[in-house]
Every structure is written in structure tokens, then in C-alpha cells.
Design a protein. Sequence first.
Length: 215
Amino acid sequence: MPQAHNIDNTKTSVGGGTPDKGTTTKQNYTAIRYGNEKGSIAFGHIHQLGDVTSGVMLRTPDDEHSFTMDIDGERKGWTSSVQPGNFQLECGSAKTEDEDSLILNAKNGNIDITATNGKIRLQGTDIEIIAIGSEGDRGNIKIDATENILVECNKYLLNAKMMYRMCSPQRGEIISNGVMKMYGSIIRGVTDACSQKDSKVGGKRIVSDNNQLGG
């Protein structure tokens, strides 16, 4: 059976991995490691750059497969799981449909989910996206796509309490193969002809406000 033993885990790193910082030295004479050629658990392990101490580290012989809880340096309070294969998490087998089973809560800061070379999929019986903000610049949902945004559904319902706007510097189409209804207390249609000669109701100003061809 492998035995625990204290090791001199002191490491010195010039710059701590970055050229704008001075020499970083971590010292630890009480680090303990249990393990064999299949894997190990270590307490007080100092990372290779000598800048961070791991309170608890689990790892296999593959350096890319590890779980670490760091306690100082630039990653104080970090918990990192790194693996070359899949990361799977399953829960909720004892829960009902209307209960919360998986909770991710960042008390401060952002939550980043990135697929560097793949897709991000969300699937569920229902999907809710809610943005809550108490000020005028909060409570927003922003979607940016370099190409297309495609929506397919049985019903598409949109309710804007103050304003909605759809615009394009190129082509725009509204098509209904059934009945199309349009209602407004006042409906105004303006073409680009008003840019040369204004209409009686001031269409030239609307052209100027909405024409995006000039940049």
C-alpha cells in the first residue's frame, strides 16, 4: 500500500509565467501525496510555474487530466477540472419535473460557456431566458450572429411594451400565404422618393432618420 510522506515542494519561477512580473517562489515543506502509477491525490502541491499552491489535487499520469482546488496566488479560491475526454455531470434522479435539480450561481462576475470548436446546445421541455435589471441599462438580452439567426416554430409571438423595430440596409420581406393583418392608429408609408421632394406630411425626415446607406 502506498504511504503518505511529506515532501519538499518548493518551486521557483521567474516571472510566474508572465514577463511583466518578478520572481515567484512558493515554499511548502509539508505537502503530502498518496498514489501509484495509476493516479494520485496530493495536499499542498505547488504548480509547475511556482505561482499557485493546490490545497487538494487529484490527477492521473496524464498531466491533462486533473482536478485541483487552489488556495493562493492568482488562482486563490479556484476549483479547476481539466480532462482530455468528456466531462459528464448527472443529477436529479430523485427529483420531480417541477423542482430545481442543477443550480449554477455566480454571486459576482460573469458565466462564460464556450465551445471553441463545436456547438452549444440547450434542450429541454421548455427553455426560459430571463434578464433582470433595475436600471435602464440592465435587463437586456443580446444576440449577435456573424451569419444567420433561424427560428422555426408553430407560433411566433412578440410583445413590446414601448417599441419594436426591424431594419436592414439591404432587403426586407414580410410574407403571409394566408391573411395578413396590419393595424395602427396611424399608418405611414414612405419611399426614397421623399429624399428628393418632401411629402405634405414630412416624409423626408423619416427617410433621413432611417436610410442606412450613408453609413
